[in-house]
Design a protein around this ligand. Structure first.
Ligand code: SAM
Length: 467
């Protein structure tokens, strides 16, 4: 819309732009088209637009034939958009974007997030939508210029700080262009800029302890003019040796360290394990026949290398709200690294039965010990990596303490969210989990739980528990 059209429309729908809602409407249509072009939208994309306003960007997103979910807090603007655009591909949600649950987006294949953000809430919006795990593959924002510069800053600059590192740790950030205040009505007090973020490949940066790294960064930047040696306290006990290992000036301040140097610092303080510490290749597993009877023992490496039939457990942990915890397997796992999996899972080892393994895995992986009930059994097949699987369910009321050497990250999701994610992007998951989830949902839908428990009980007292 041209400036005159924006003025006329606002008058017609009775909106006088509110500063509290960051209502500055873009009237430069060439710029709006250019912004949308930077997101490389196609008809395959599911685009979430935050704060569509009068539809300056929405119009061009729809021209790209994308499916658009537009989240607008002001009901008058949401109603106007409904009357302006009658496309089936446009969903308009009249809500506060800060209240929107991004986990529902897992049900879509190619998700992109775009918006000329309301300045007053751009930081919480950014942090909310950048939080991991996320299905979003590209973020394109027009932000206050100062914020855009902080996100995209390089070391040794005024804008480089804890926010820069926190965002760049997971994303590549590109400052695309500055935008003068004059392209908006009403004109904001400050200039803007357009930035694009894409997620980093999870293996792009060295493995490290995220919690420690973010803590060091927070401490380091809490007084940015002070030298790190004075700021890092107990972490800087052998500072001169650390500094020479990292090839940094021993008098360096926080802003002088690149992201890689921060990671190296965290790794000098707490070296990550060099391999999968939780799965020794010579650990003996029972090898079983087609009826799940033990026929001998072989090492983990032999079992997997020769595709021998063996035993495993999968555990689904629910919270009080009925959401299921999914874990992303550690990058150092020998099988299916970085794939999403059941809350906890593992192999039955020599001398264990299924129930004992389930309790052990739960404690080792999630640091909890809650009652578990058997829910179903899967027969060994190529779809389960030749594992007989007993699945268990447990409910937690407190926090989990995920083992950081086994688990990259985790998230609680409602069962419909998991249904959506597994069908939109099955490749994100370990194959055993997909089988377990299919079986679990089938049990839930068919109401066969009772008979399955009976089967579980007899199996527990028969062939399946001869270990
Ligand atoms: N995209 C439009 C444009 O470029 O002309 C409008 C951008 S304007 C800077 C920000 C928009 O966000 C306004 O339409 C405002 O009503 C909306 N908004 C403000 N706070 C919001 C929130 N918490 N959730 C969703 N929309 C919000």
């Amino acid at each position: 819309m041209k400036l005159s059209e924006i003025r006329a429309t606002l008058k017609e729908i009775g909106v006088s732009p509110a500063k509290a809602l960051g209502q500055n409407f873009l009237h430069d249509q060439n710029l709006a088209r250019w912004i949308v072009d930077q997101a490389q939208i196609s008809s395959e994309d599911y685009v979430v637009e935050i704060g569509p306003g009068l539809g300056a960007l929405t119009r061009f997103l729809l021209e790209k034939r994308a499916h658009v979910l537009a989240i607008e807090k002001d009901p008058r603007l949401a109603n106007f958009l409904r009357s302006r655009f009658g496309y089936e591909r446009l969903e308009i949600l009249n809500t506060d974007a800060l209240q929107f649950d991004p986990r529902v987006l897992f049900a879509h294949r190619c998700v992109k997030l775009i918006g000329n953000l309301p300045y007053n809430i751009s930081s919480p919006l950014l942090l909310k939508f950048l939080e991991l795990p996320t299905p979003i593959s590209l973020w394109l924002f027009t932000l206050q210029k100062e914020m855009a510069m902080r996100l995209s800053a390089s070391p040794c600059t005024h804008d480089y700080g804890a926010l820069t590192l926190r965002v760049q740790l997971r994303h590549r950030v590109k400052y695309l262009r500055s935008v003068p205040a004059t392209v908006f009505f009403p004109r904001p007090d400050v200039d803007s800029a357009v930035v694009r973020l894409v997620p980093r490949d999870p293996l792009e940066l060295p493995q490290h302890d995220d919690e420690l790294l973010l803590k060091l960064i927070r401490i380091g930047f809490s007084q940015r003019r002070k030298q790190l040696r004075k700021m890092l306290g107990e972490y800087a006990r052998h500072w001169n040796t650390l500094a020479s290992c990292l090839d940094i000036d021993p008098n360096a301040r926080a802003e002088e360290l690149s992201l890689l140097q921060w990671i190296a610092l965290a790794n000098c303080i707490a070296p990550p394990p060099s391999q999968d510490v939780c799965s020794a290749p010579d650990e003996p597993f029972p090898v079983v026949d087609e009826n799940d009877r033990i026929r001998g023992y072989a090492s983990r490496a032999e079992v997997h290398g020769n595709n021998l039939r063996h035993r495993a457990v999968h555990i689904l942990i629910f919270n009080q709200a009925g959401q299921v915890y999914l874990q992303q397997r550690s990058r150092s796992k020998d099988r299916h690294p970085l794939k999403w999996d059941s809350s906890a899972a593992g192999h039955v080892t020599a001398g264990e039965n299924y129930d004992k393994t389930a309790r052990r895995e739960l404690k080792e992986e999630l640091g909890v010990d809650v009652p578990l009930e058997r829910i179903f059994r899967l027969t060994a097949s190529s779809r389960t990596d030749n594992e007989f699987i007993w699945a268990y369910r447990g409910v937690v009321s407190g926090n989990l303490a995920p083992n950081k050497y086994e688990i990259e990250r985790g998230v609680f999701l409602t069962p419909p969210m998991i249904d959506g994610w597994t069908s939109a992007r099955p490749d994100d998951f370990a194959p055993g989990f997909l089988e377990c989830w299919k079986a679990y949902r089938w049990e839930m839908h068919s109401g066969r739980e009772q008979s399955i428990r009976l089967e579980a009980f007899s199996a527990a007292n028969g062939a399946a528990s001869t270990a």
